[in-house]
Design a protein around this ligand. Sequence first.
Ligand code: DUC
Ligand code: ZN
Ligand code: ZN
Ligand code: ZN
Length: 478
Amino acid sequence: MNFDLVIRNGTVATASEVFKADVGVRGGRIAALGEGLAAGREEIDAAGLLVLPGGVDGHVHFDQPTGDESVMADDFLTGTRSAAFGGTTTVLPFACQEKGKTLRAAVDDYHRRAAGKPLIDYAFHLIVTDPTEQVLGQELPALIREGYTSFKIYMTYDALKLNDRQILEVLDIARSEGAMVMMHAENADCIAWLTEKLERAGQTAPYFHGVSRPRVAEREATHRAISLAELVDVPILIVHVSGADAVEQIRWAQGRGLRIYAETCPQYLFLTADDLGGEGFEGAKCICSPPPRDAANQKVIWDGLTGGAFQVFSSDHAPFRFDGPGGKKVHGDKAPFRCVPNGIPGVETRLPLLFSEGVMKGRMELTKFVELTAANPARMYGLHPRKGTIAVGADADIALWDPSRTVTITNGILHHNVDYTPYEGIEVTGWPVVTLSRGEVICRDGELLAAPGRGEFLPCGLPAPARPKGSPAPVLPF
Ligand code: DUC
Ligand code: ZN
Ligand code: ZN
Ligand code: ZN
């Protein structure tokens, strides 16, 4: 029984085990795990390396129109290239409905944007901004059945937000169709009121972006989202959780037995409000929502990652250049924070940062790292067990990590199309040196070996974690 490829002598890790095994690949899938596998047409010696499932980044933005003059710097080629070099082999970008247009139009538009570009496999989350009768009654259920089984809704931003009544209606559809709802939980009126007050006082520098979005605004919306989900009896996943107060609400809900899941991101472990200060307009590089907090909140986020409050760790890669067209300075380098494009890049640095500070510094077991960055996102979004694990039958999406390699992160070594990284100068230990997608080596030692367009669109199954508590259906793994 010959293999197309055998990865020999490595240490394999999944979300549950770490073990020595060779990995045999045939037809793009993992065909065998064991010692002394028969020869492969190709062989990779992984002695001294970790053999991890390729990362699944459940939250990225590529080529997403912003509704104003700002422009995302990464498309489906540069975004997936950056992901691949960072050890990620599956991404879930968003297809965002424009108010006044249909959801179907969004899906068609984003497939056109992706066409011919992705280097790795991808699925779409929808963003529902305009839940008309047609969207709720026809489009959303039809799209869920076609494999768009997760969608995001917003409690803030005028162009995106839903009111509580609309949220209830959308949650009800998610419940009946079995989709996973991702919630952006910040109180819009608190933010608008504070923003106006700050502007009247002339406090418009990037630093005040953080002041305008305090933890209490996140806490209130998090609690409200949980309450609305409880009322409907549907699981939800609260995205980009930044601070202790929101974590407290999430733990409270989980402690009551509610199916409330949560995501956090590198910016809430590695950046603080002070990074929005800095010289002149530099702080704009770190403007994202919710904003980074402080060291005490970073500690709570770490504890939530290791202690089970969080299920997924995503990048929320939202790429805008600092200089150049459509970037952070689109309204000038003295623009009030309200006009600065919101988001930071991170699809390539997500895994190395968590690996180094988490696994290598002894905060987190390797199995937990795999769970948070690959296995759980695949489960939450209906891609398990095809993605996110190393198991017979799974896609051979694999990253080989050198745990002894020390790298200083600089923008020059990254492969996105953004002209900065918020993590400039951070030294990490452990780096993905080879990335395979469906058995094909797509990156090796800094070299890109894949052709644009090779990444496949993944229709998603109904995620088991999205099943309501009160569901009459048996919860079986098939
Ligand atoms: N929410 C996101 O998910 N990404 C960027 C900005 C935001 O508010
Ligand atoms: Zn303008
Ligand atoms: Zn958001
Ligand atoms: Zn996002």
